[in-house]
Design a binder for this molecule. Structure first.
Ligand code: HGY
Ligand code: MN
Ligand code: MN
Length: 441
C-alpha cells in the first residue's frame, strides 16, 4: 500500500536547525568529565538470554513477528524494562513502551529503541542490539541517579521485518490492505497487533503527531561490512534507504511436461527465471548504490512433470533516492513486458511496501560523532542500506542512528554476529548522544 508522501527532508532540516550543537553535559550537582558508561557485561548477557526465544537447532533465531517465540519473549523484555525502572506498557499498536520522567515535563520526549522480531532463520543482533542497548541505557541512568530534562521513552517496535508496522502505526494511518498483509507466522498485521496485546481498531491511541517528539535515536548493527573493512568502531548514519516492494505474479499456461512441445509452451517458470536476470541487469546498468532483489519465489503447481502455469515472487528495490527507485521499477516493468511477449506469459505487479528514504538530522549526527569522539571511538558517516524503524519515526521528528560493526558484514542469517565490545561501544555512544541531546537548549 502506498505510504503517505511526506516532506521529511524539510522537517528533518528544520528540526535539526532547532537542535544546536551540544553544550557540555552536567550531571546534577557535579561537573561530569569522563563519559558515562553502560554495563556491557549485563547488556551482552541480556542479548544471550533473548536469543533463546525462537532459537533454531542449527543456530540463529526465527523470532518472526507475531509467532509464538515473538510473543513469549515479551514478558522477558518487559521485565528488563521494569528492572531499568521504566514505566512499561503495550501500546495500541502492540509496541512495548517504557517511560521515564524528566525534570521538565513540559519538554517533548526523546524516544530511543529498535525491534526484536527477526527474519526466519535470522541472527541474534539485528534489532536486538538497539532494543536491549536502549534498556541498558535506561538502567544505567537509573543506577547513576541521572535525571534527564526531557521525558524518555524506550520503544521496542513490533514487526519491523515485515514492513516497519509498529513504527508505522505510531506515525501514520494504516489502510485495510496494510492490515491484511501476512508474514510467515500466518497472522496478518491486524491479527498480529491483537495477538501482541494491541488494539488494531484504536491505533489513534498510539499515533504521534508530527513534532510531538524531541528526537529519536536508534542503535543498530550495520548489517554490512564497511565498518569492519575500515576498522572503525561507530557508523553515524546519514540516511536510510527507501524500500519499495511488490508482489509479482507471472501467469503462463499449465500443461503436460512430456507432450507439450517447447515451442508451444507458456512456461511461467522460464519467464520468471528471465525476470530475475533482468532485475539484476537493470539494477547494475547504472552507477550508484541502488539494490534490487527477488527474494521469494513460489511455483505452481510445483511438480516435476507439469509445465508451471504460474509463479509468484517478490521484487524489492532500495536506494536513498525515491525517484531513482521509481525509474528503476519502470525499466524492470518494461523488461517484464518484453519477457512476457517472448513466450506468451504476463506479469502483474502489486506494490505492498513503500518505505520512503529518510535523512537523519545533521545536529543529531554531530552529537553522535561527538559522543563517539568523547569515548575515544573511531567513526564515519555512512548511509544505511537496510530499512529501519527510524525512517518511519523521521516522519514525526528528527532522528539519528548509530551503527556498530557486523562481523563479515553478515546479517539476516544465523551467523550474524557483532562483538561484545562493539555492542558495548554502541550502547555507550547511545547513552552519551542521548545526554548531549537532552542537554541541548
Ligand atoms: O529489511 C531490512 O532492511 C531490515 O533489516 N528490516
Ligand atoms: Mn533491523
Ligand atoms: Mn532486519
Amino acid at each position: 500500500m502506498k505510504r503517505r508522501e511526506f516532506t521529511r527532508s524539510m522537517l528533518a532540516a528544520s528540526a535539526a536547525a532547532a537542535l544546536p550543537l551540544p553544550q557540555p553535559v552536567r550531571a546534577a550537582g557535579t561537573a561530569r568529565t569522563a563519559p558515562l558508561k553502560v554495563n556491557g557485561a549485563r547488556l551482552n548477557d541480556h542479548l544471550t538470554k533473548l536469543s533463546e526465544f525462537g532459537k533454531n537447532p542449527q543456530g540463529g533465531v526465527s523470532r518472526v513477528a507475531y509467532n509464538d517465540a515473538d510473543k513469549a519473549s515479551r514478558p522477558f523484555l518487559m521485565q528488563l524494562m521494569r528492572d531499568a525502572k521504566l514505566d512499561v506498557s503495550v501500546d495500541a499498536a502492540g509496541n512495548l513502551v517504557g517511560k521515564r520522567a524528566g525534570s521538565d515535563a513540559s519538554l517533548k520526549p526523546i524516544l530511543f529503541g529498535s525491534h526484536t522480531d527477526s527474519v526466519p532463520f535470522g541472527g541474534n543482533f539485528d534489532g536486538d542490539v538497539g532494543s536491549l542497548g536502549a534498556i541498558e541505557v535506561a538502567q544505567t541512568l537509573s543506577e547513576q541517579h541521572v535525571t534527564t530534562r526531557h521525558p524518555l521513552e524506550v520503544v521496542i517496535w513490533q514487526n519491523e521485518e515485515g514492513g516497519l508496522w509498529g513504527s508505522h502505526a505510531a506515525t501514520a494511518v494504516l489502510g485495510e490492505s496494510d492490515f491484511a498483509i501476512t508474514n510467515s507466522s500466518g497472522r496478518s498485521v491486524r491479527e498480529g497487533i491483537a495477538f501482541l496485546g494491541g488494539d488494531p481498531d484504536h491505533l489513534e491511541r498510539t499515533r504521534r503527531a508530527k513534532g510531538s517528539i524531541a528526537a529519536y535515536l536508534e542503535l543498530h548493527i550495520e548489517q554490512g561490512g564497511v565498518l569492519e573493512k575500515e576498522h572503525l568502531d561507530i557508523g553515524v548514519v546519514e540516511g536510510i534507504v527507501g524500500i519499495h516492494r511488490w508482489d509479482v505474479t507471472v501467469t503462463g499456461f499449465q500443461n503436460h511436461a512430456g507432450t507439450t512441445a517447447m515451442a508451444d509452451r507458456h512456461d511461467a517458470m522460464l519467464a520468471a527465471a528471465r525476470f530475475v536476470d533482468a532485475v539484476n541487469r537493470v539494477i547494475t546498468s547504472e552507477p550508484g548504490r541502488q539494490v534490487g532483489t527477488v527474494g521469494k519465489l513460489a511455483v505452481f503447481p510445483n511438480t516435476p512433470n507439469v509445465v508451471p502455469g504460474k509463479v509468484e515472487c517478490t521484487l524489492e528495490v532500495r536506494d536513498l533516492d525515491a525517484k531513482k527507485i521509481d525509474a528503476m521499477f519502470l525499466k524492470i516493468e518494461a523488461e517484464a513486458k518484453k519477457i512476457g511477449a517472448m513466450n506468451g506469459t504476463t506479469f502483474a505487479f502489486k506494490q505492498v511496501l513503500d518505505n520512503v528514504p529518510a535523512p537523519t538530522a545533521p545536529a543529531i549526527r554531530a552529537m553522535i560523532a561527538a559522543a563517539a569522539a568523547d569515548l575515544g571511538l573511531t567513526h564515519k558517516t555512512m548511509p544505511s542500506g537496510a530499512g529501519h524503524d527510524a525512517q518511519d519515526v523521521a516522519q514525526i521528528g528528527p532522528v539519528g542512528m548509530i551503527f556498530v560493526p557486523s562481523v563479515g558484514g553478515i546479517s539476516h542469517a544465523p551467523n550474524e554476529y557483532s562483538k561484545p565490545q562493539d555492542i558495548t561501544n554502541g550502547a555507550n555512544v547511545l547513552l552519551n548522544a542521548l545526554l548531549k541531546l537532552d542537554a541541548a537548549p
